[in-house]
Write a protein that binds this ligand. Structure first.
Ligand code: ARG
Length: 587
């Protein structure tokens, strides 16, 4: 992708090659001494080792050639062989006009697009979705947007937890409460009622009861297990109930994910791959990978180089039940069949790290992942201000719809404090509060490296000052309103002129967008985009304080500044979109 640094790396690389040295030594980065230069190249030092020449001599030869290139305003040497570079102002302006005119803002798409499946849902049917699933959704959806923008074909899969013991618990619970229902009558020949026998609220009340009772009482647990086994064997009444539970849960899950602007392309779950399990295990047996151990069927995945013990994958427990790993393996089979991805990214809590090591190894041993690379992005824990995993004030797990309400309320409070929207229609103000609330939540999450733990502090996240979502929204909205006012006075953005001294920093910042997106893509790190957006907003804010835009009397300069402002807005909006954050029109 062609950021300013990348363009310069190509130029300087060609000069190294012309000196008979490897072009990779020409790598140019933003200078770490911006007071001295805009860019730097340290390649002469590495080239010196490789070619047994003194670094300073190499740097001098490279610098002499670069000085002849009018793209540079200044080329100088420092220390043992660092090359400092300043771009010519008219070249900087040319670059700005190029990205301003480009729909992709200078970010080139990948040369070889890939098919990428992203697994970032994992919410469980009948259990209310809680903050544990929040990070998966926020990070995964942002990665999906980043990959899609890069040109890949992306498939976001919600991969619901809709199979296994929790379903048997619910079915047996309902059987105890309503034995009269036709679902429990083995002689009933159907058709079963179209309406669900329970509401979502009942389902959510039934689960903790069933789970608590099963844990406390082995006889009750046996009922749960029995129901699970019969469901998986295809007992018609149980399948019909399962479908009801699935359908009513999905309505709520779609609402919860939708409120947060987290999108999925596929609403599949664990249940859907059930029928793939038996043939998959048969195939693994044929390949000689399955062993019997205490009545269970296992695949050994330990390797001699392991530093910790990696236990075998259990495919079938001694009671005949399939395991979480079994379903994940069958899901790989299903994905190869349906999408044949080049890459699958699992955005799942880091505490499931061992599970994915086991599953990925077993998949590769059995060759079921086809051409697809498998990656687990294990995100860190969201902690409360007390440093422990986040809980509600009452000590329980926070439900996602409550959290959504909470961030909206907090945003409303902040809007009132800043007297924003006091003269707007109530519906618009509420819409702004939703957007500010979600921005606060998502930006706070995405401005951290996904693998780090972070502390959930709603008051700080919702502030309009500092590195927050609301600050960025406000910055973007401010530029929107500036451009609106310009249109009202019939001013349009024009050609960007060579920078005045105080404008260079902003232009250099604008030229770094492709780097931010490229690193976020390569490192699975949306925080690179969050960092970039924040720096850009701050740089623009300093610029806006020093440069008049609408009141500038020279038309050429005014229209150049308007174009710069417009480019800032486009880059900010793209970054926010890639983070999954929606921007209001006004605030
Ligand atoms: N349902 C699981 C849970 O709540 C998460 C599923 C994550 N995805 C996967 N392919 N295993 O822990």
């Amino acid at each position: 992708m062609s950021s300013l640094s990348n363009l310069l790396s190509e130029i300087v690389g060609r000069v190294f090659a012309a000196e008979g040295l490897d072009a990779v030594f020409g790598k140019v980065t933003l200078s770490n001494r911006p007071d001295l230069a805009q860019f730097q190249c340290n390649g002469a030092l590495a080239a010196a080792k490789a070619s047994k020449q003194p670094p300073r001599a190499i740097a001098e030869k490279i610098a002499a050639r670069l000085k002849a290139d009018p793209i540079f305003r200044e080329v100088s040497l420092a220390g043992p062989g660092f090359i400092n570079l300043n771009l010519a102002d008219d070249h900087l302006a040319r670059e700005m006009n190029r990205i301003h005119a480009d729909a992709r803002l200078g970010v080139s798409p990948r040369a070889t697009p890939r098919t990428v499946v992203l697994d970032y849902g994992g919410a469980n049917i009948a259990k209310p979705m809680h903050v544990g699933h929040l990070r998966a959704g926020i990070i995964g959806d942002s990665l999906r947007r980043i990959y899609k923008f890069a040109g890949d074909e992306t498939i976001g899969d919600v991969h619901l937890g809709d199979w296994g013991l929790q379903m048997g618990m619910l079915i047996s619970e309902l059987a105890l409460r309503r034995p009269d229902l036709p679902y429990f009558d083995k002689s009933f020949t159907g058709p079963y009622p179209k309406e669900s026998p329970v509401t979502l609220a009942e389902l959510e009340e039934m689960y903790p009861k069933a789970s608590g009772d099963s844990k406390a009482d082995p006889a009750r647990m046996e009922l749960s297990r029995q129901a699970t086994a019969e469901l998986q064997d295809g007992r018609p009444g149980y399948r019909a109930l399962w479908q009801h539970f699935f359908d009513i849960s999905v309505v709520a899950l779609r609402r919860d994910y939708g409120n947060l602007g987290v999108h999925f392309d596929l609403w599949k779950g664990e249940a859907i791959v059930h029928d793939l399990i038996a043939p998959m295990i048969a195939d693994m047996k044929k390949k000689g990978l399955v062993e019997e151990s205490d009545g269970a069927e296992i695949v050994r995945v330990a390797e001699p180089t392991d530093k910790h013990e990696i236990p075998p994958v259990i495919l079938v427990k001694s009671d005949g039940a399939f395991m979480y790993a079994t379903t994940d393996l069958a899901t790989i089979v299903d994905r190869v069949k349906c999408q044949n991805p080049d890459l699958s990214i699992y955005v799942v809590d880091h505490r499931q790290g061992l599970h994915f090591v086991q599953v990925f190894r077993a998949a590769k041993k059995a060759g079921i992942n086809g051409k697809g690379e498998l990656v687990h992005l294990g995100y860190g824990t969201m902690n409360g201000t007390d440093g422990k995993p986040f809980k509600t004030r009452a000590g329980g797990v926070m439900r996602l719809d409550d959290l959504y309400q909470m961030v909206t309320d907090e945003a409303m409070k902040k809007l009132d404090e800043h007297e924003i929207g006091s003269d707007y229609e109530a519906a618009e103000k509420l819409d702004i509060a939703h957007k500010v609330g979600v921005a606060a939540l998502k930006f706070a999450d995405l401005s951290n490296n996904p693998i780090a733990n972070y502390v959930f502090d709603l008051d700080r996240f919702s502030s309009f000052e500092g590195k927050t979502g609301p600050y960025l929204l406000y910055a973007a909205v401010r530029v929107k309103s500036l451009l609106r006012k310009a249109r009202e006075q019939n001013d349009t953005p024009g050609t960007i002129l060579p920078p005045e001294p105080g404008e260079r920093d902003l232009m250099l910042a604008l030229g770094q967008l492709p780097d931010a997106i490229e690193t976020a893509y390569a490192d699975l790190a949306p925080n690179k985009i969050a960092d970039f957006a924040f720096t850009l907003a701050q740089t623009f804010s300093a610029y806006y304080a020093n440069f008049h835009i609408l009141s500038e009397t020279d038309t050429g300069i005014r229209r150049s500044r308007l174009a710069i402002a417009e480019l800032v807005l486009k880059e900010l909006e793209l970054c926010l979109e890639l983070l999954g954050i929606a921007t209001p029109d006004r605030m």
